[in-house]
Design a protein around this ligand. Structure first.
Ligand code: ZN
Length: 674
């Protein structure tokens, strides 16, 4: 599972990060609530020619699927993106004009979110241009540049697409998780057609065998649709749904296989190709096992239908890609954690019956991202732990990564922005954050990914999907709590991976401040928290704050009309983290849906409106964008007269708009309607 932690904005201690004092331009663009950054692929030039070639092919495979994610997110995303781009590219009027600049901002948001709903909150964007302007622009364009459906008139097309963009009641959310509603019918996601939640659940329950100890990930790679009154699946594969894009992905993967670093990696790529060609979920599991066992290759990648956060039922995966290579030096830290995984499992506070007797193959590494694609682009996770299949994790372990150069870009772009002066209680916490903030945060991500997700077990017979919509936030909470518990352990100092017994306090402070206050900067007024990671963080922080009511280990204090987190006793705070870890592991291990639901609903969803208002106002005064994402570097092969690749160069010149327009042109792989 990917973790998208919000970074603290403390200034970076110059000794903790491999900073180079050059003139790299970290910030590319900003609009609405978004800041677009660049990340630097440190160490690319030092790779061998063959490795560079491999990255080049895999990077092509990572972009070819871009249209898939747009279509998955909502069936109107591709027609709308193409229509907006047609207007944008053909516009000859005044570019400063309010309606045009509003449309340009809206288009930038659509690119960023891979669709018409906010990438994080999942709410549909309110357009910042008038309907009249839009319709007028449409009327000036030739039919040939617009995605008009066969048999449809231009007027019918205009009416339909205008309704989807401008009517707030049409597809109001990409993902609806409101308790008691039909989550399938009310979510804008394009995973289901003409079916109810009950029909989907019945369909998959009829396929599942409760006695199967190695179940496939049912529903992972398909759309469910009702045809002639019968519920069925359209599989995403070569020859199936999305075949045009998947065939191109396969083309580049086959090239990549020809320059693989070793036989294991070659087998991984070939198995993935096999899966894309057949859509067979057994083959996907075989691929996942090969992938998790490939630990020797320096280059690694994710390419496929991976995370199921966007499915209200938690089964169907969005398309995602990431190419990366191991940062050998920084990986020593995570190797130490991994090689002690059993000790951490044995000594955790959770009930013995929920612990793994043997923790297998928790591999962890620090990586440098080389390209982001699909659901990792432009907004990127900071750490990833895969595969998601419970039985594969139990039997073969999982691979866990921390993406170093993405953290580096966040930190470098946020230096000296005033955040910590505004929200941190006093100089002593600021000093902690300055000295240890970035390091402790990276350590938290390492622990979350390589120990947290891999820890614990389900009791026999417990359905891995028992927690339903609450499964994702509870799983993230479990991983976070495991990390929070251990980051304060003297074991880490003994292992030489934490500098002293105080450094963890930086992470405790940051975590509580973020969970109780500053992550609210991402929520619009009067809205609830929807996103799984945010629900998790608030659940932990609020639950702990309530527990601390008696011992006053943590408090919210007022000063000059402003609210601050104050931590009075870090040891006691750690005990509260441990108590919640014990309870959430019990919920997960026993599949206690009611308890899990109550925890998330009581602590993780609702927002204190007054505090929210205050935080938004304070944040606004700093003029910072709450969300960040990235443009990719551009890889260009250099060839000799015979067409052989003799080098691959990397450049960072492309801006956001150039990249998005180029991707839309070069990688327009799907029809507008799928
Ligand atoms: Zn996670």
């Amino acid at each position: 599972m990917a973790s998208a932690l919000i970074l603290s904005s403390c200034s970076v201690d110059n000794n903790t990060q491999n900073q180079k004092s050059d003139n790299f331009n970290w910030t590319v663009d900003s609009f609405a609530d978004i800041e677009v950054l660049r990340y630097r692929v440190n160490g690319f030039e030092e790779l061998s020619l063959k490795q560079k070639e491999l990255i080049y092919y895999l990077s092509k495979a990572s972009i070819e699927g871009r249209d898939i994610l747009f279509d998955q997110n909502n069936r109107w995303n591709l027609p709308i993106r193409r229509t907006l781009e047609a207007i944008y590219n053909n516009y000859t009027g005044d570019k400063e004009e309010q309606n045009f600049s509003g449309l340009a901002t809206y288009l930038k948001r659509v690119w960023f979110a891979n669709g018409i709903h906010h990438h994080y909150s999942s709410d549909k964007f309110a357009p910042s241009f008038s309907k009249d302007f839009f319709v007028d622009q449409l009327s000036q364009l030739p039919d040939s540049v617009l995605p008009i459906k066969d048999g449809q008139t231009k007027n019918e097309f205009a009416e339909q697409i205008t309704t989807v963009i401008f009517d707030p009641t049409v597809y109001p959310k990409r993902l609806n998780q409101a308790e008691g509603e039909d989550l399938v019918l009310t979510s804008g996601i394009n995973f289901y057609r003409d079916v109810t939640q009950k029909e989907v659940e019945d369909y998959y329950n009829s396929l599942k065998n409760p006695n199967d100890s190695t179940p496939v990930s049912y529903g992972l790679n398909s759309r469910v649709i009702k045809r002639d009154g019968k519920v069925t699946e359209d599989v995403w594969k070569v020859g199936g749904l999305y075949t045009e894009a998947i065939s191109k992905i396969v083309f580049w993967l086959e090239k990549a296989a020809s320059v693989a670093e070793n036989d294991n990696q070659k087998a991984v790529i070939e198995k993935l190709v096999d899966y894309y060609k057949t859509g067979n979920l057994k083959t996907f599991d075989e691929y996942a096992i090969l992938w998790v066992n490939d630990l020797d290759s320096q280059i690694d990648f994710i390419n496929g239908f991976t995370e199921s956060y966007e499915d209200p039922l938690g089964m169907k995966a969005t398309w995602e890609a990431l190419v990366n290579f191991k940062n050998v030096e920084a990986t020593k830290r995570t190797e130490i954690i991994s090689s002690n995984a059993q000790w951490f499992e044995d000594n955790s506070p959770v009930d013995k019956q929920f612990k793994k007797e043997t923790v297998k193959g928790v591999s962890a590494k620090v990586i440098t991202a080389a390209i982001l694609g699909g659901d990792s682009y432009p907004a990127s996770p900071l750490g990833i732990n895969l595969p998601n299949s419970n039985w594969i994790r139990a039997e073969y372990g999982s691979k866990s990564v921390t993406i170093d150069n993405i953290s580096e870009a966040y930190e470098m772009a946020s230096q000296g922005n005033g955040f910590s002066e505004e929200f941190v209680w006093s100089d002593s916490e600021r000093e902690l954050l300055k000295n240890y903030g970035l390091y402790a945060d990276n350590m938290h991500t390492d622990l979350h990914e390589c120990l947290g997700h891999g820890s614990g077990k389900l009791l026999p017979g417990v359905d891995p999907d028992a927690l339903k919509a609450y499964g994702s936030p509870l799983e993230e909470a479990r991983a976070d709590l495991f990390a929070l518990y251990y980051i304060a352990d003297k074991k880490l100092v003994e292992l030489g991976i934490m500098p002293n017994l105080d450094a963890y306090k930086a992470e405790y402070y940051r975590y509580m401040m973020n969970g109780l206050m500053t992550q609210l900067t991402r929520i619009e007024p009067d809205k609830n928290i929807e996103q799984a990671h945010m629900r998790n963080r608030q659940t932990i922080a609020k639950w702990v704050l309530e527990k601390a009511n008696e011992d006053k280990s943590v408090e919210l204090k007022q000063r000059d009309g402003k609210t601050f987190v104050v931590i009075n006793d870090y040891d006691k705070l750690r005990n509260h983290f441990a108590e919640l870890l014990i309870e959430i592991q019990r919920i997960k291990s026993t599949g206690d849906y009611e308890a899990g639901k109550n925890l998330i609903e009581n602590y993780g969803v609702k927002v204190d409106p007054l505090l929210h208002q205050e935080i938004l106002a304070r944040y606004k005064s700093l003029n910072l964008a709450p969300y960040k994402g990235f443009v990719n570097p551009v890889y260009t092969p250099v060839t000799d007269n015979d067409g052989n690749i003799t080098d691959v160069t990397i450049s960072y010149d492309e801006n956001y708009e150039q990249q998005m327009l180029r991707y839309s042109k070069e990688y327009q792989n799907l029809p507008a309607y799928n």
